[in-house]
Design a protein around this ligand. Structure first.
Ligand SMILES: [Fe+2]
Ligand SMILES: [Fe+2]
Length: 282
């Protein structure tokens, strides 16, 4: 469908590669033999990642200020799943850190949105049978990865789109019309990084989950988490906020559960922002 977009992306020589540690952690986790020890060994080889990880782990969001001095300790106190999420979040957010050159938003604000969506999607996934909440966290961190590439490689088109949209309103349909939707660009990158089909398709369809075929549930969780975070105005997302919450029918989530996650996100908003602010600024 987006043949010319794919051609343009194919022509980019310096497309970011998957962060080394993230790649190693994801392939280690895919093995049945992975344990907290093997993961810890990989993380420790990356001192910058370790430092940033401990910084977030010691933030008020996790309520253990100053107590976590090593990765091993973090795993004991916070649990393996939470540390794994942090590894994925911290290593991916170091991929793009510089100023993207847009006055409407900062790089940090785009990442903050991704972290918030990952957190909300992870909470929602905990109530969906058969879904792996940690995998969904990774999906959440990655869902808008195409936005960074739009800014980096198609800056003039982005600038025009933002101007035409007054900076924030319904950017996605405008991107589609212009032939550079962040969903397709993100799916392209996930494919290039050799991530699973689930990642490619859930990223491709996170704004239109009904098109995701066997991955509709995953795309729907992202879609719902995205809306919750937009409403709470965590980070920058480029869309006008609708008052209605569209809940995909395919998700068998009760109103109470969705409400519970929304309340959790509202309560944790400041802590999440604070926990990541410093890491994303350095
Ligand atoms: Fe998006
Ligand atoms: Fe988003």
């Amino acid at each position: 469908m987006y043949v010319s977009l794919v051609e343009r992306l194919n022509g980019i020589q310096d497309l970011p590669s998957i962060p080394n540690t993230l790649n190693k952690v994801l392939s280690e986790l895919a093995k049945e033999s992975s344990t907290p020890d093997t993961i810890e060994t990989i993380i420790k080889e990356d001192p910058l990642l370790t430092a940033k990880l401990l910084q977030v782990a010691n933030s008020p969001y996790y309520g253990m200020a100053g107590k976590i001095s090593s990765i091993a300790r973090a795993i004991v106190i916070m649990g393996f799943a939470e540390v794994r999420n942090l590894v994925v979040g911290v290593s991916l957010t170091t991929m793009v850190t510089g100023d993207l050159g847009f006055e409407e938003f900062k790089t940090k604000d785009l990442w903050l949105h991704s972290v918030a969506v990952a957190t909300a999607a992870n909470k929602l996934a905990q109530h969906i049978p058969g879904m792996d909440p940690e995998e969904v966290f990774t999906l959440g961190i990655m869902h808008d990865i195409g936005r960074f590439l739009q800014c980096l490689y198609f800056p003039n088109e982005m600038r025009e789109l933002l101007k035409a949209n007054n900076g924030i309103k319904n950017l996605y349909p405008a991107e589609e019309k212009a032939g550079i939707p962040h969903t397709e660009i993100g799916a392209y990158l996930a494919h290039r990084w050799k991530l699973s089909e689930l990642f490619v398709e859930a990223i491709r369809y996170h704004h239109r989950p009904q098109g995701a075929g066997p991955y509709t549930a995953h795309a729907s969780v992202l879609f719902l988490a995205d809306q919750l975070c937009k409403k709470l105005q965590i980070g920058w997302h480029g869309e006008d906020v609708d008052n209605r919450l569209l809940i995909p029918k395919t998700l068998s989530l009760s109103q109470d559960i969705i409400k519970g996650v929304a309340i959790y996100m509202k309560e944790q908003k400041n802590e999440i922002e604070r926990a990541w602010d410093e890491v994303l600024s350095t």
